[in-house]
Design a protein around this ligand. Structure first.
Ligand SMILES: NC(=O)c1ccc[n+]([C@@H]2O[C@H](COP(=O)([O-])OP(=O)(O)OC[C@H]3O[C@@H](n4cnc5c(N)ncnc54)[C@H](O)[C@@H]3O)[C@@H](O)[C@H]2O)c1
Length: 269
């Protein structure tokens, strides 16, 4: 997600500092951005010159202090509360007081992250969707203490970058995951309850409900592990049985069948 968000930033014309835990991982992120932009040139979506200009805007570092001059910091580290809180406390010390600090968390409370700082009013959620350069939506999440100025800056940044931002409150799952996760869990349960194959379930939902993509193909794309993690987080916060990850998905995760990224999930890739 970090590489995808960096790609959005440089393509939108912003000088961007990408911070990773090691130079090697950072270079992998740069290679991802290069690959996607090269594909854009091949498909005629941008010129070779625009690609080179965009890539020149990206600098990489492992040193958090190099984010000191940023107007906006978008965090996309591991989906765990304590590392995120630790990072925001440090960012709060390093960055200018008027810089906005955003988290791309999918399922954690933005308020719980913001409260690790001395200035929770400048912390918001900017929830991108995967793949971030392709999917237009960005949920702009207002925590109870987020300021109007911080929310507006995040909204305008996303809009200027060509995304489609929408505002929402800091509630479990925000908008899309609150609706989609229990729905996809229902789909997976139907496989066993109704004795349906993944192919037939996807055929049913694309042809009968007009979904652009079948639910099994979608879970494979998202990643079984990512979906199970988000389901557990929603279930812990809202307690509805539908939110809990279906046994079938937990078993797939244990077998290492994580979807497209491992070459096997409901389908083989
Ligand atoms: N994968 C998705 O579909 C998706 C969609 C929307 C939002 N998100 C959110 O984006 C965030 C990142 O998700 P991802 O799928 O890219 O995860 P990932 O595990 O692929 O990437 C996390 C990156 O953070 C780096 N990292 C780990 N600890 C760090 C630290 N303490 N400081 C700095 N960097 C650190 C890792 O080196 C790694 O490159 C999560 O909060 C996730 O919930 C993910």
């Amino acid at each position: 997600m970090g590489a995808g968000i960096a790609q959005i930033a440089v393509t939108a014309g912003h000088d961007t500092v990408g911070r990773e835990v090691s130079a090697e991982v950072a270079e992998r992120g740069r290679a991802t951005v290069e690959r996607y932009l090269a594909r854009g040139v091949e498909k005629g979506r941008l010129t070779a010159e625009a690609r080179d200009t965009a890539l020149a805007r990206l600098t990489l570092t492992t040193d958090l202090a190099e984010l000191a001059g940023c107007d906006l910091v978008i965090e996309a580290i591991v989906e765990e509360l304590e590392p995120k809180r630790g990072l925001f406390a440090e960012l709060d010390r390093i960055t200018r007081p008027d810089a906005v600090l955003a988290t791309n968390t999918s399922a954690l409370s933005v308020a719980a992250i913001a409260e690790a700082t001395q200035h929770p009013e400048r912390v918001v959620g900017m929830h991108f969707f995967n793949p971030a350069p392709v999917l237009p939506l960005v949920e702009i999440v207002r925590a109870p203490r987020s300021s109007d100025a911080a929310v507006d800056l995040a909204y305008q940044w996303a809009e200027q970058a060509g995304k489609r931002p929408v505002r929402c409150n800091d509630t479990p799952g925000f908008i899309v995951n609150r609706i989609l996760i229990p729905l996809l869990n229902d789909c997976v349960r139907v496989l066993d309850e109704a004795g349906v194959t993944p192919e037939d379930l996807d055929t049913a939902m694309t042809n009968g409900a007009g979904w652009p993509m079948g639910p099994c193909a979608l879970v494979d794309l998202v990643g079984i592990d990512v979906h199970v993690h988000a389901s557990k987080a929603l279930h812990a916060q809202l307690g509805e049985p539908r939110m809990a990850p279906p046994e079938r998905l937990v078993a797939m995760q244990c077998e290492g069948k994580l979807g497209r990224k491992t070459g096997a999930g409901f389908y083989t890739y």
